[in-house]
Ligand binder design. Structure first.
Ligand code: FE2
Ligand code: FE2
Length: 190
């Protein structure tokens, strides 16, 4: 698993539990974004031979999006737009321009987002066992899939340029550790 340099802050789980309806909306948005990102990655020439794998991820993410939407409906929570989390914008803003630089950075950002989702879904699964068994089970069911996406994106970055991918991962892990400590102003999963 990805070696994050800082765990999610200790108060993150309580913050999320205190705002579950908004967190579920944010989760739905994240799944939809994950699907469109997998499609967007197809525009990079070094990934031209990975269309099937990227399609498979996009389809899986759309299925996740649908599952969260159904959960929202069952719970009477209206889907709406939310602003992006500062953690995600902070990562994406540092994607460099240029053919290889951009695709490697984009893949690493995607890997980090998937990796953090994997970490946080496990925490949610454990924290919700008694309070909300349906949701606990739901988060548990997503852990493996997001973990696989993390690994796939990271391996795609390394396949393009191993040394550069390692260098950029080092940079992004520091950035992640810095950004994750910043207290969220709005309830967001990340
Ligand atoms: Fe997903
Ligand atoms: Fe994913």
């Amino acid at each position: 698993m990805l070696l994050f340099r800082a765990p999610a802050p200790a108060d993150w789980i309580q913050h999320v539990l205190d705002h579950l309806p908004t967190i579920l909306i944010d989760h739905a948005i994240l799944e939809r974004k994950a699907a469109t990102s997998a499609i967007n990655l197809q525009k990079y020439p070094p990934l031209a031979h990975r269309l099937d794998e990227l399609n498979a991820i996009a389809i899986e993410e759309l299925q996740h999006f649908q599952l969260v939407l159904e959960l929202l409906k069952r719970r009477g929570i209206a889907f709406r737009s939310l602003t992006q989390s500062p953690w995600i914008s902070g990562l994406m803003r540092r994607i460099r321009k240029g053919s290889r630089e951009q695709v490697i950075d984009h893949l690493i950002c995607m890997a980090l987002i998937e990796g953090r989702s994997c970490e946080k879904f496990q925490q949610l699964r454990d924290a919700l066992v008694e309070r909300d068994p349906e949701l606990s089970q739901f988060y548990g069911s997503l852990v493996e899939s997001e973990g696989n996406h993390y690994a796939t994106f990271w391996l795609m970055a390394r396949e393009i340029d191993e040394a550069e991918a390692d260098r950029r991962l080092d940079y992004y892990l520091d950035l992640d550790a810095e950004l994750i400590e910043k207290p969220a102003t709005e309830p967001r999963l990340h």
